[in-house]
Write a protein that binds this ligand. Structure first.
Ligand code: DAK
Length: 256
C-alpha cells in the first residue's frame, strides 16, 4: 500500500491515510487502498476497535481529490461517488467501532468519512466543513444523509448550503465531535478510548452497533423488537456467561 499505513497492537487497529503532500485528499487509488485496509481490519480477529486518522499535523482528509474531479463527466463521477459511498458504508456497518481521530482538516469527503465513523474525536487545530457547493457540487459520500442525523437538520442545512468551515470548538458545541485534545495528545487519548471499549464483550459491542444503526430508520416498536432479539441472542454466548459470572464472582471479565 502506498497511501495507507496500518498497524495492529493489543487488539487496536490504526489506519492512517498517508498522502500528506495533498493533505491526504482521496483519489481513486487512495479510496481503493483505504477500502482494502478497512476490510482487512474488519476481518482480522485480532482487531476489536479501529482508529482512523491522517498523516502529518495539518490534515485528516482534505476531501476528494479536486484535481481528479475537474475532468470527470457524470459517468465517471457516478463510479467515483459509488467507491466513496461503499467505503463509508463499510465503516458504518462495521461490527467493530471506528474512531475518527481528526487531526486537522476534515473537509468534503474527509468530513464524510469521519461521519461514517462511530465516534469522532478531534485535535484543537481540527477544521470541519462540507465545502462542495463552493465547487458547484454537493456532498456525495453520505454528507447529506449522515450530517443531519448527527447534528440535526437546521445545522446541517446551514453547513452544507454555506460550505463554511468550523473549528473544533464549534464542532464540539454542535455534537459533531465527542472530545477535543491538543494535537500531541490526540492519538494517545484515542487509544485510551479504544482500550476502554476493548475491555467489553465484542459480541455485545457488535450487536449494540447494529441496534443503534437500526434506530435511524425504524419506529420505536420495531426498533425495540430488534433490540430485544439481539439482547436475547447474547444470552447464548460464552461472552454473556463470562460477563455476568464475573460480576457475581467480583472479578474482572476476560473477553479476549
Ligand atoms: N484535492 C486535491 N488536492 C488538494 C486538496 C483536495 N481536496 N486539498 C488540498 N490539496 C493540495 C493542494 O492543491 C496543495 O497541493 P500543491 O498545490 O502543493 O500541489 C496541497 O494539497 C496543500 O494545500 P494548500 O497549499 O492549499 O494548503 P493551505 O494550507 O493553503 O490550505 C486547505 C488548506 C485545506 C484550506 C486548502 O487546501 C483547501 O481548501 N483544499 C480543498 C478543500 C476542499 O474543498 N475539499 C472538499 C473537496 S470536494 C462525489 C461525492 C463526493 C465528493 C465528490 C464526488 N460523487 C458522488 C461523484 C466529495 C467532494 C469533495 O470532497
Amino acid at each position: 500500500m502506498n497511501f495507507v499505513l496500518q498497524e495492529v497492537k493489543n487488539y487496536l487497529g490504526i489506519i492512517t491515510v498517508n498522502r500528506p503532500d495533498a493533505l491526504n485528499a482521496l483519489n481513486a487509488k487512495v479510496i481503493e487502498e483505504l477500502t482494502d485496509s478497512v476490510n482487512s481490519m474488519i476481518n482480522n480477529e485480532d482487531v476489536g476497535v479501529v482508529i482512523l486518522t491522517g498523516s502529518g499535523e495539518k490534515s485528516f482528509i482534505a476531501g476528494a481529490d479536486i484535481k481528479k474531479m475537474q475532468t470527470m463527466n457524470s459517468e465517471k463521477a457516478l463510479e467515483f461517488g459509488k467507491s466513496g459511498q461503499n467505503l463509508t458504508l463499510l465503516i458504518e456497518n462495521s461490527p467493530k467501532p471506528f474512531i475518527a481521530a481528526v487531526n486537522g482538516f476534515a473537509l468534503g469527503g474527509g468530513s464524510e468519512v469521519s461521519l461514517a465513523c462511530h465516534i469522532r474525536v478531534a485535535s484543537e487545530n481540527a477544521k470541519f466543513g462540507q465545502p462542495e457547493v463552493l465547487l458547484g457540487i454537493l456532498p456525495g459520500w453520505g454528507g447529506t444523509q449522515r450530517l443531519p442525523r448527527i447534528v440535526g437538520y437546521g445545522i446541517a442545512h446551514e453547513l452544507i448550503t454555506t460550505g463554511k468551515m468550523i473549528d473544533a470548538a464549534e464542532a464540539f458545541r454542535i455534537g459533531l465531535v465527542n472530545h477535543i485534545y491538543p494535537l500531541a495528545e490526540l492519538m494517545e487519548k484515542s487509544k485510551d478510548l479504544g482500550h476502554q471499549i476493548l475491555k467489553n464483550g465484542p459480541n455485545a459491542i457488535a450487536k449494540s452497533l447494529l441496534c443503534i444503526r437500526k434506530s435511524v430508520n425504524s419506529n420505536i416498536e420495531s426498533g425495540l423488537n430488534y433490540e430485544l432479539q439481539r439482547f436475547s441472542e447474547l444470552f447464548d454466548t460464552d461472552e454473556a456467561k463470562e460477563g455476568l459470572s464475573a460480576f457475581v464472582e467480583k472479578r474482572k471479565p476476560n473477553y479476549r
